[in-house]
Every structure is written in structure tokens, then in C-alpha cells.
Write a protein that binds this ligand. Structure first.
Ligand code: F6P
Length: 360
């Protein structure tokens, strides 16, 4: 038996441990693993000789500890409208004598996997995205590592913010979902957290900031420092998200970025010393945490079992803290967004106190 493995979309810590988990389990059964480089691109080219690499057990220890994806990522959409390459994908799978594909990705890569599965391709999915917004699973690879980077980065920013008595806008990823900002900001004791699920007004942001400053003016300086963690997808009521540029990727998405700077600009006429930093790719670029290594390995192991059992068109997922198999069709359901009424304090633009410790 031969399995092809690919990683699509943005890189995420946990992908390499998952690849290692696939190779580990496959080796046990004498299954050959073929790495397909740059996501679906490897199967969308007539000549993909440079995109194909055999992965033996010698890669396991190295991959297990690395962030990013050694198989490289791309945002290639094999089933893009007007550029459908399903026939070529099927031809390449036959040429490489692959019995199945294990695709690791978020809504786009696995959305394409679901479509290919409907067209007869044997495919199994592994969920990853630092945003943790995929439907059908409580965990996606990369989230925990990114959260840890956000928490420690906010702490570093706070040293500088304190020294200069600055109002600091720290922008983090999270296109549709505010989990990274909410839970990273919570652990970092951020003063304000802005998430895509709760559009706000400039007036509200200014008034919460004013209140926070009034409360903390005990030191007697003109302005104490404040940390505002902002999701890249957070936006003002009635306005669009702030885009990096006007380019669309193959899945029809704009790149977001710059909302922290935009808000800083809106606030600086009233508040002194405002600053902005975007964590951008630094939050994706860390070595995987214990959780991302452990879950990555388990996802990889289980995906091989799914292939062995012919359980195609499914992805390995976490539900109620257990590993389960769900149909790839699940990911078409609404993304996993922050439930504002349960988790977000709209009065204070911050986290709501919750009494659970697992999951969200
Ligand atoms: O993987 C999702 C994500 O992290 C989003 O939060 C972000 O919008 C996107 O990736 C940016 O990735 P890239 O610039 O690589 O397309």
C-alpha cells in the first residue's frame, strides 16, 4: 500500500509531528509514505517529479520537533471554479500508484479534499489552522503553539509599553474567529480584546479605554500603559475588515492585516503615546508545543488507521476531548466562532469569566 501526504494552506506548528505520526504508523504496517510537496500543487502539475519524496522512518525524530511543514505549503485549489484540475489529480494519483491521500489543512485544503472525495478520490483529512475555526473539531493543529507565542509576546510588548506608558495595539491572526486574541489576550491579562465576532464602534473603544485609564491613574502619571489585543479580522460596525492589499488567493480570500494600525490612528488624537505591532508570521513560526506534538502524532497515527480501514471522505477530529472520525462534509458547516454571549464581555470588550478549563 502507498499513501500520499500533503499539507495545504498556511503552515502551522504540529504539521511536521503529524507527518511523523503518519510515517510512524505506516512503517508499522509496511505501508510506503510519499510526501507531496506544496499541498495540492503536487497533484496539479503534469511534471511533479520535484514535488514527490519518499518518507521513511528516519524522518520521524527530526519532523517531530519542527514547526512549519517540511512538505511545504501552498494555497493551490485543485477544484477552483474555471480552473478545475480533478482529472489531472486523479491521473497523478494513478501515476504515483497511491492508494489514498492524507491531506492536512484548514477549510480550503480540506474543502477541496471533500470535493475530490465526492469525485472518487480516496482521501482522509487532518485538521490544522492556528485560528482553530474549523467546523467539526474542537482542536486544529497549531492553535496551542500560536497561543503560547501570543501570550509571551504580549508580555514582552508590555515591558516596552510600560516603560513608555504606551497604549499598545497588538494584532494577532484570526480571520473569522477571535479565539487567538481572546484566549491569548486572556492569559496575557490584556486590557482590551477585539474579535471579529463582535464589531464595535470607535466611541465604545475610546470610552472603555478612558475608563481603564481612569481606574489605573493611581501612579499619578499622565497615562498608564494598556495592552489591546486585536484579531486581524476585528472590525468597526458597518466597516469591512482591513485588507493588506486587493489580491485574492485561489480560494477567493483577501489577506487581512493592519487593523491594529488603523485603530491606533483613530485613537491617537485623544490618547498619548500609542503604538502598534503585528505578530504576523512569528505566531505561526514556533516549534510545536507539547500539545501540538502529541495531538499531531495522534492525528497522524489515526489517519493511517482510517486509510487501512478504507474510511475515506472523513477527517480525524476532536470532539468532547476524544479523537473521533467525522465526514469531511462537516467542515462546510458554520466555522467554529467565539460564542459572544458565552465567552465575551461586550461591555468591557474583554473575556467573560468561564468555569471550564478544557476546550474553549
Ligand atoms: O491559517 C489561517 C491564517 O493563519 C489566518 O489567520 C490568516 O488570515 C492567514 O492564515 C494568513 O496566511 P497567509 O498570509 O500565509 O495566506
Amino acid at each position: 500500500m502507498r499513501i500520499g501526504v500533503l499539507t495545504g494552506g498556511g503552515d502551522a506548528p504540529g504539521l511536521n509531528p503529524a507527518i511523523a505520526g503518519v510515517v510512524e504508523r505506516a512503517t508499522k504496517f509496511g505501508i510506503k509514505v510519499i510526501g507531496l510537496k506544496r499541498g495540492w500543487e503536487a497533484l496539479c502539475l503534469e511534471d511533479n517529479s520535484r514535488h514527490v519524496v519518499e518518507l521513511g522512518p528516519e524522518i520521524i525524530r527530526e519532523y517531530a520537533r519542527l514547526g512549519g511543514s517540511k512538505l511545504l505549503c501552498s494555497r493551490t485549489n485543485p477544484v477552483a471554479k474555471g480552473r478545475d484540475r480533478t482529472d489531472l489529480v486523479i491521473k497523478n494519483i494513478a501515476k504515483l500508484k497511491l492508494d489514498a491521500i492524507i491531506a492536512m489543512g484548514g477549510e480550503d485544503t480540506l474543502g477541496a479534499a471533500a470535493e475530490l472525495s465526492r469525485r472518487g478520490v480516496n482521501v482522509v483529512g487532518i485538521p490544522k489552522t492556528i485560528d482553530r475555526d474549523l467546523a467539526g473539531t474542537e482542536y486544529t493543529l497549531g492553535y496551542d503553539t500560536a497561543l503560547n507565542v501570543i501570550t509571551t509576546s504580549a508580555e514582552r510588548i508590555a515591558h516596552s509599553a510600560e516603560s513608555h506608558q504606551t497604549i499598545f495595539f497588538l494584532e494577532v491572526m484570526g480571520r473569522h474567529a477571535g479565539w487567538l486574541a481572546l484566549r491569548g489576550g486572556e492569559a496575557a491579562f490584556a486590557d482590551i480584546i477585539l474579535i471579529p465576532e463582535h464589531p464595535f464602534t470607535v466611541g465604545k473603544l475610546a470610552s472603555v479605554l478612558r475608563e481603564k485609564l481612569a481606574l489605573s491613574s493611581s501612579m499619578g502619571f499622565e497615562q498608564e500603559y494598556k495592552i489591546i489585543v486585536v484579531s486581524e479580522g476585528a472590525h468597526i460596525v458597518g466597516e469591512e475588515e482591513v485588507r493588506k492589499d486587493a489580491k485574492l488567493d485561489e480560494f477567493g480570500h483577501y489577506s487581512l492585516g493592519g487593523v491594529g494600525n488603523y485603530l491606533k490612528g483613530l485613537m491617537e488624537h485623544e490618547f498619548k503615546h500609542t503604538r502598534y505591532s503585528a505578530l504576523a508570521y512569528i505566531q505561526r513560526g514556533a516549534p510545536p508545543t507539547h500539545k501540538d506534538r502529541q495531538i499531531g502524532r495522534r492525528f497522524g497515527n489515526n489517519a493511517v488507521d482510517m486509510v487501512k480501514e478504507g474510511d475515506f471522505g472523513c477527517m480525524v477530529a476532536v470532539q468532547r476531548s476524544r479523537l473521533v472520525r467525522v465526514s469531511l462534509e462537516e467542515i462546510k458547516k458554520s466555522p467554529s466562532l467565539v460564542d459572544v454571549s458565552s465567552y465575551y464581555d461586550t461591555e468591557n470588550l474583554n473575556v467573560k469569566v468561564v468555569s471550564t478549563i478544557n476546550g474553549v
